[in-house]
Design a protein. Structure first.
Length: 275
């Protein structure tokens, strides 16, 4: 190895996570200078990132987690190009390290999260470094958080979909998980009808009017028909009014009342790679 020992290669691999041959080549190129070898690997990551900048990174993982007392939760999405990489343990662990940093530091935005440091480097630089190691375009594309008296996370098997649900009081974890799974399965737009943004309401009304026109209904009853369709939208698309997926004879509102009459959903977050 031209004076480069296996111990030095192993040390560089441990620090950078790069492959054995990449570490060996970097050490040879740097004439055994360990810090220069690290910089060579980092620059390789940037070069590959630039080369693959126009690639689509549509695969990846969506993961959620809460802090130790379940009062704060976060979701992060780390994208890659192929499902093969998305299922790789080292890729998932890297995403988890970013999520851990988000939980511990509680940044306000995705850009703030990217500026936080892991092992002395910004997360943004660590992503670039991993591009050089993995050889695919990687993108830290999403971060959001929720705070409440109790926050329950749910990650759907396969790491393609995750949710967080905030509750106003501590309750049985299974109740919270059932709510988080409901959000995952039914993709509500809001907790209750009063929480639906006005622009969505107006859009749904207009869709209802246009559907009625296409059916040949008289103009003077279009608004009434639109209101009926809006109520159906509220039933299907707001969490508390949806049928409970585990027992469609009751709504989520009724499920909450049966579990604890004082229990309320304060908010939720949902992200899916497949939406």
């Amino acid at each position: 190895m031209s004076g480069i020992t296996a111990t030095e290669v192993s040390r560089l691999r441990k620090v950078t996570g790069a492959g054995m041959m990449d570490c060996k080549n970097a050490l040879q190129e740097s004439d055994g200078d360990f810090n220069k070898a690290i910089e060579i690997i980092r620059k390789k990551g940037q070069a590959i990132a630039n080369k693959r900048a126009d690639r689509e990174a549509r695969e990846g993982v969506v993961i959620a987690k809460t802090n130790n007392n379940d009062t704060k939760g976060a979701i992060v999405v780390l994208n890659c190009e192929t499902d093969f990489v998305a299922k790789n343990d080292s890729f998932v662990k890297f995403a988890e390290s970013i999520l851990d940093k988000a939980i511990s530091e509680n940044p306000d935005s995705l850009e703030d999260l990217k500026k936080l440091k892991i092992e002395g480097k910004t997360i943004n630089d660590k992503v670039t470094e991993q591009i050089g190691i993995i050889g695919e375009k990687l993108t830290l594309s999403y971060y959001d958080k929720i705070e409440s008296r109790q926050v329950i996370p749910y990650i759907h098997p396969g790491n393609k979909l995750a949710t967080l649900v905030g509750l106003n009081k501590v309750t049985d974890v299974q109740v919270g998980k059932n709510l988080a799974m409901q959000v995952a399965a039914m993709n509500p737009v809001a907790v209750d009808k009063d929480d639906v943004p006005p622009e969505i309401i107006e859009n749904e009304k207009e869709i209802g009017r246009e559907q009625a026109r296409q059916e040949g209904r008289p103009e003077n009853i279009l608004d009434k028909i639109a209101e009926g369709k809006l109520n159906k939208f509220f039933k299907e698309s707001t969490l508390l009014n949806q049928d409970y997926t585990r027992d469609n004879k009751k709504t989520i509102r009724q499920y909450l009342q049966e579990s604890d009459s004082e229990l309320k959903v304060t908010g939720f977050i949902r992200y899916s790679l497949n939406d």
